[in-house]
Ligand binder design. Structure first.
Ligand SMILES: [Mn+2]
Length: 345
């Protein structure tokens, strides 16, 4: 906690120095934008801009339809390899570095001075300009802390209503509406502070983030739930969506990962896997876990990552059937191991 505050303050110092020198900061949220990545990035960019520091959020894809209700998105810069500037400081947001930036990695790496703000589990020491805190419920929580400290330092308000909605959206989605085990007193206090200061329609925000749906989405949800199969004596649940299934319903695949959490809710489930076929034929896997099953460790073995209870990875060169069989076998083995370990302790 103390360390992450120091790292945040270090980042702010560098940013304010850059502001004085006419510097330019680039913020790079991870690909497959979610509310936390975009909310944290845009909020921090605004806060820095108000201090006179040119700040640009560089994205590689249009904001998914499900997030277009968020404010402040008009300022996003769409990445274009020809025009991507060299920044004075480049920050990876809600990810640790270039590997989750897709095509923007080259642009990010072009800037010699780089840092990150992230709450995903990461091996190894954080660098000087890296605020990495796996104990934080969201990157929005970390950015809230930075802006809060900036206000204390400057002695005047920095938050605005756009940041308030964005940071709340990031916190709400990353904590599953303050229901996941990562929900901390701090996350709730931050929400309270934002609601005290700004007139936010929480009910509308929750509807926009969670409830708004379409008939196509309800149908594809039904299709996917009907594919659930069991492994590991019923403790591992796997479900999938092929391209053909998505195309048949004309459903976008941008918010299916919530379904993985729904599947995990089945009584007795230790781990839930949702496999979604991408347009390039690769298979994106969302993992949600209960009990001793470490989703981040599982995903990490094949280049994925995330959190203990929620992680993801991508598999290539496998059919859906092969991928499910492989995941079922590997997950059974990991579950056996962690159950045995627990029994020995
Ligand atoms: Mn996040």
């Amino acid at each position: 906690m103390k360390q992450s505050r120091e790292a945040g303050n270090r980042l702010l110092e560098v940013a304010l120095d850059l502001a004085a020198d006419g510097g330019h900061i680039g913020l790079f949220p991870h690909e497959r934008l979610d509310a936390d990545a975009v909310g944290a990035a845009v909020s921090l960019a605004r806060a820095l801009r108000f201090q006179g520091c040119a700040s640009t959020v560089v994205v590689g894809e249009p904001v998914p339809e499900s997030l277009q209700h968020l404010p402040g998105l008009e300022e996003l810069l769409f990445y274009d390899s020809a025009s991507c500037p060299v920044f004075d400081l480049a920050l990876a947001i809600d990810c640790h570095g270039a590997d989750r930036l897709g095509a923007r990695a080259a642009c990010f790496l072009k800037t010699p001075l780089r840092g990150a703000i992230d709450h995903h589990v990461h091996e190894g020491e954080a660098g000087d300009l890296e605020l990495i805190d796996a104990g934080a419920s969201s990157t929005s929580e970390l950015v809230f802390g930075m802006i809060w400290d900036l206000e204390l330092y400057l002695g005047r308000p920095v938050f605005d209503s756009t940041m308030a909605v964005l940071l709340l959206a990031g916190a709400i989605t990353d904590t599953g509406r303050y229901s996941y085990s990562n929900t901390t007193p701090l996350a709730l206090r931050q929400a309270a502070a934002l609601l005290e200061r700004f007139d936010i329609d929480v009910s509308q925000l929750n509807y926009d983030l969670y409830e708004r749906t379409t008939v196509e989405r309800l149908q594809i949800k039904g299709d996917i739930l009907s594919t659930i199969r069991l492994a590991g004596r019923g403790r591992i649940l796997l479900a999938h969506a092929t391209r053909a299934m998505l195309d048949r319903r004309g459903a976008p695949d941008d918010e299916l990962s919530n379904l993985a959490s729904e599947i995990r809710a089945a009584e007795g489930a230790a781990a839930a896997f949702l496999l979604v076929e991408g347009e390039d034929g690769s298979i994106r896997v969302s993992i949600r876990s209960n009990s001793c099953f470490d989703a981040a460790a599982f995903a990490g073995r094949v280049g994925g990552g995330g959190h203990v209870r929620a992680a993801g990875m991508t598999l290539g060169d496998l059919t859906m059937e092969e991928a499910e069989t492989l995941l079922a076998r590997e997950a059974e083995a990991q579950l056996e191991d962690c159950l045995n370990e627990g029994a020995r302790e």
